[in-house]
Design a protein around this ligand. Structure first.
Ligand SMILES: Cc1cn([C@H]2C[C@H](O)[C@@H](COP(=O)(O)OP(=O)(O)O[C@H]3O[C@@H](C)C(=O)[C@@H](O)[C@H]3O)O2)c(=O)[nH]c1=O
Length: 181
């Protein structure tokens, strides 16, 4: 596995080492010792999987208490993945980072606690798997409005009519009114 930095402090991209042969491929998707040494010294306590159809946007989510660090990867299809730094003392506070994650490129994104995270599906469907450093706590959920112009996220959306959003995400909080870390 190879790790690279991003313009946002502590957000990291992990690139797998793939062993291909006539049977197919093999790669290690996670190693606790390597992750602690090269990425972040954290423990993961929950893993999630979601399937989303084309045009789905989920985000921008965080938990204001029990904040979750997330290690995100795509196991089928492709998404435009976005994180926002909500850590007030951070030099990159309020800044976004975007990346294409796909089953094909095998990239994983490390999103530390204190970030809002979301994605938009750019293939016919996409399945995400992500590990979290804290448990789901719906009472602390916050959805920052994906389309808030303060965030200036350049979503690759062609047709707003076909956008699939949850009620919670349609009514997300504006960035200026959000709870920060
Ligand atoms: C996130 C989550 C949801 N659920 C349930 C609640 C609800 O009935 C159903 C769907 O929940 P949501 O609509 O919140 O799912 P979703 O919009 O996919 O939420 C996820 O979005 C991405 C962008 C993230 O970063 C995640 O942390 C998480 O917030 O699943 C759990 O049981 N455990 C969980 O950890």
């Amino acid at each position: 596995m190879k790790v690279s930095s991003t313009p946002i402090n502590d957000v990291k991209i992990l690139e797998p080492q793939v062993f291909g042969d006539k049977r197919g491929y093999f790669w290690e998707t996670f190693r606790d010792d390597w992750f602690r040494e090269h990425v972040a010294d954290v423990s993961f306590v929950q893993e999630n999987q979601s399937l989303s159809s084309r045009g789905t946007l989920r985000g921008m989510h965080c938990q204001t208490q029990q904040p979750q660090g997330k290690l995100v990867r795509v196991i089928s299809g492709e998404v435009f993945d976005v994180v926002i730094d909500l850590r007030r003392p951070s030099p990159s506070f309020g800044k976004c980072f975007t990346i294409q994650l796909s089953a094909k490129n095998g990239l994983q994104l490390w999103v530390p606690p204190g970030f809002a995270h979301g994605f938009y599906v750019t293939s016919s469907s996409a399945e995400l798997v992500y590990k979290c450093t804290d448990y789901y706590a719906p009472q602390f959920e916050q959805s920052v409005l994906w389309s808030d112009t303060d965030l200036a996220i350049n979503w690759p959306i062609n047709d707003k009519e076909t956008l699939k959003l949850s009620e919670k995400d349609r009514n997300g909080v504006m960035f200026k009114d959000a709870i920060f870390f």
